[in-house]
Design a protein around this ligand. Structure first.
Ligand code: NAG
Ligand code: NAG
Ligand code: NAG
Ligand code: NAG
Ligand code: NAG
Ligand code: NAG
Ligand code: NAG
Ligand code: NAG
Length: 665
């Protein structure tokens, strides 16, 4: 039993001034939260993009139509299969959070952590064992530690030097940032990637490395060195003639600086080259001798990429804005223009290069489209299915992990969005459709770290994968990108295992279990269910599934060695071929963090009664709405360099605050 504890959290003001950067071709991470919407979107909706209700038309059915029935014949054991991926873990998909928005997403400080977000993380942790989060982006480059900021803030963007209009604003942060991360990791198994500022290679700011390592310990997985260096010259962050060879040199300078600094425990946890794969190819970096020269310092290799951008909707010099309705179909197939398969083709040599070097290769920042994503696409069920195919495709191509980016309120693609400033005490979170992709991929691989996947797709609208776990066939993942409420384009896969055509005994089980990801249409924004449960609509998400979990049982025909599994249009089906496979992917127990909101005025009740009544079928009875008596938070002392233990935290909280526990399965 996990005794879970909770803080009741509140959100104070963290409104940021409007920041309009420049007309440079900015990358995703420079489109920050809280900026006023300056979209050219002609639709009537003018609020934050994260809540834009616009729904697109589902694209027309393809012509010719794909088959409504096909067979797959699978070997029972992994060692009988050629082309299986390297072993993958259920934490394959994680998230990336732009440094400047962590206050909104993670919490204001170590005593005000976002409980709904903890619950969401916990959903993955209980399936995969852990969750990976990168805190970084362009603002990491100029981040500097400061002793304190006004109003207990832990992070603040500072103005742009008027003489240097293309610069990213500097970011200052306090030690509190490390404590927030440490306290989150004490509550649920989050492991972090942080970024070392790389704007000044003559005088490196190494506090992120020093305190990150000292305070987070083994919860710090790695340190990203530089962000998108292939765009440095284009973005005037370096001289125009800056090349991959200059980068190679600077990377070496950083290692020297870290090794010379007695306060930095480790320098073997670096991640590079983090190119946007814009102005340089990965091979241009590999060919400098990067991997060989720095192998002792490299934890992982990484790149960053999006299949498309929507910059024309924000900036004037990107040509005519793209019409989302026209772009939508490009995401809705296995190997079409914006499908994962097309996007990662350019990395297939690099996944082999990385494997030969014995290093993981990660996609450190990705999502449907940079510059905020596309209205009605990035937040649709289409993005859920795209994200599942993206995750499974990367894994089958021997990436070792990928991180979906979270911007702020004014992007379409967040896996989850906190309530806007000023409404945070009244509203709950808003789930993004790609959060369901995280859940699906975590269950596709489960908790063993020994899942191997292979892409066996026959038709582009019906992506198909087989997953082996601990050496045996365990799961089959099936997607249907079409929308057809008539049911005429549902398809049926006839799965056979072993059997005569493979010269073996029939090996289908008596029955298989199936979990479905469903929505009425590919355009749907919120009515998405996973095994019958949903995370809710706009401002409805407390981080817990609502509704009753339904796992289908599909009987197989052992005499004919076939299990027929139906995949609705649209939909995703995860087929579990044995109990072990299901168990490895299932939450052992769901420990949730009590969720509520408290006003920033003491003693004013504010919990949303509707949310309390509907969450997970539990009434308000199993959780306590806590007091926020003065002095109940932030009063305990802390020691720098001390990693919190759950026990200490529990003790701390027990004395002063509120706790509750809800078991939900
Ligand atoms: C790097 O960023 C810091 C913090 O914003 C700034 O003080 C410093 O001047 C920058 N250095 C260079 C070389 O741009
Ligand atoms: C976690 O937060 C509490 C409250 O601020 C604090 O007392 C404790 O020291 C924190 N833990 C760490 C390691 O910062
Ligand atoms: C793969 O990358 C390596 C290292 O950059 C390069 O030497 C090799 O030519 C590449 N192979 C292909 C097929 O691109
Ligand atoms: C995604 O689609 C756009 C057209 O909107 C195209 O320019 C881009 O190359 C596509 N991306 C990939 C990876 O094919
Ligand atoms: C992934 O790696 C495995 C093991 O080396 C290999 O057999 C397989 O072909 C690779 N897959 C791809 C798509 O490169
Ligand atoms: C999976 O890998 C992670 C990271 O290396 C490790 O912490 C965890 O214990 C592993 N899980 C199992 C079941 O081996
Ligand atoms: C949600 O979608 C399901 C089909 O997936 C449908 O039966 C149900 O009526 C929808 N609910 C709402 C509120 O639209
Ligand atoms: C966290 O923020 C709240 C609200 O601004 C403040 O009251 C509290 O003292 C802060 N705690 C810490 C540890 O800074």
């Amino acid at each position: 039993m996990v005794a879970t504890t909770f803080l009741l959290l509140l959100f104070a003001t963290y409104a940021k001034a409007v920041t309009v950067y420049s007309q440079q071709p900015l990358r995703e991470t420079q489109v920050l939260a809280g900026t006023a919407t300056n979209s050219a979107n002609p639709a009537a909706y003018t609020g934050y993009k994260a809540y834009d209700p616009t729904t697109l038309q589902p694209p027309a059915l393809p012509n010719p139509l794909p088959p409504t029935q096909f067979g797959i014949s699978l070997q029972p054991a992994a060692n009988q299969v050629t082309g299986l991926s390297i072993p993958q873990s259920g934490s394959f998909l994680g998230i990336s959070i732009e440094t400047s928005v962590i206050t909104q997403v993670l919490g204001i400080n170590s005593t005000y952590i976002q409980v709904p977000f903890l619950n969401l993380i916990q959903l993955i942790v209980e399936r995969a064992g852990r969750f990976q989060i990168r805190v970084g982006g362009n603002t990491q480059e100029t981040a500097r530690l400061t002793d304190s900021l006004a109003d207990h803030k832990m992070i603040e963007k500072q103005g742009i030097d008027p003489n240097n209009p293309t610069a990213t604003p500097a970011l200052v942060y306090t030690m509190e940032m490390f404590y927030v991360l440490a306290n989150i990791s004490a509550l649920t198994n989050v492991q972090w990637y942080l970024g070392i500022p790389f704007n000044d290679t003559a005088n490196f700011a190494l506090e992120i490395a020093q305190y990150g390592e000292q305070i987070l310990g083994d919860k710090l997985l790695g340190l990203q060195v530089s962000n998108e260096p292939d765009l440095y010259a284009r973005h005037k962050k370096r001289v125009d003639t800056y090349t991959q060879f200059d980068f190679f040199g600077e990377f070496g300078d950083l290692i020297k600086a870290m090794e010379a600094n007695p306060n930095i425990p480790l320098s073997n946890n670096l991640i590079g080259p983090n190119i946007a794969t814009g102005d340089w190819t990965p091979e241009m970096v590999w060919d400098t001798g990067f991997i060989d020269a720095y192998k002792n310092n490299l934890h992982a290799l990484a790149v960053e990429n999006y299949p498309d951008d929507n910059c024309a909707a924000i900036y004037t010099d990107f040509g005519p804005p793209k019409n989302p309705q026209d772009v939508f179909p490009l995401y809705l197939s296995h190997d079409g223009e914006n499908a994962s398969k097309s996007m990662i083709r350019k990395y297939l040599n690099s996944t082999a290069v990385a494997q030969a070097a014995g290093k993981p290769l990660m996609l450190f920042e990705t999502n449907t489209a940079s510059c905020g994503g596309f209205m009605g696409i990035s937040n649709s069920f289409g993005a859920t299915l795209w994200g599942i195919d993206h995750g499974l495709q990367m894994a089958s191509s021997n990436f070792s992990g990928a991180l979906l980016h979270i911007g702020g309120q004014d992007v379409y693609y967040n896996p989850a969005t906190p309530p806007p400033t000023g409404q945070s005490t009244f509203n709950e979170w808003t789930i993004g459709s790609t959060f369901y992709s995280l859940i699906a991929v975590s269950e596709a691989f489960g908790s063993s770290n020994q899942s191997q996947i292979i892409d066996i797709t026959q038709n582009t609208y019906q992506p198909t994968y087989a997953i082996y776990d601990k050496g045996n066939l365990a799961r089959v993942a099936l997607l249907n990108f079409m929308t057809d409420p008539s049911g005429n384009n549902d398809y049926t896969v006839s799965i056979s295992v072993g059997g005569q055509n493979l010269g073996q005994a029939n090996a289908v089980p008596a029955s298989v279990r199936v979990k479905y990801m469903l929505a009425p249409s590919i355009s749907e924004l919120f009515n998405i269910t996973w095994a019958g449960q949903t995370l809710g609509g706009k401002f409805e998400c407390d981080g817990r599934f609502k509704g009753t979990e339904t796992i289908e049982t599909v009987p197989c025909d052992q005499g004919n060695n076939v299990c027929n599994v139906k995949v609705p249009a649209p939909g995703f089906a995860l087929v579990f071929l044995n109990d072990d496979a299901l168990q490895d992917s299932s939450p052992t127990e769901t420990a949730t963090f009590a969720t509520t909101a408290v006003t920033r005025t003491m003693n004013t009740a504010t919990a949303d009664p509707a949310a309390l009544q509907t969450s997970n079928g539990h009434g308000g009875g199993d959780r306590l709405i806590g007091s926020t008596s003065k002095g109940s938070t932030g009063s305990a002392g802390r020691a720098a360099g001390v990693i919190p233990s759950v026990a200490a935290l529990v003790a701390f909280l027990a004395g002063v605050s509120v706790f509750s526990r809800a078991l939900t399965r």
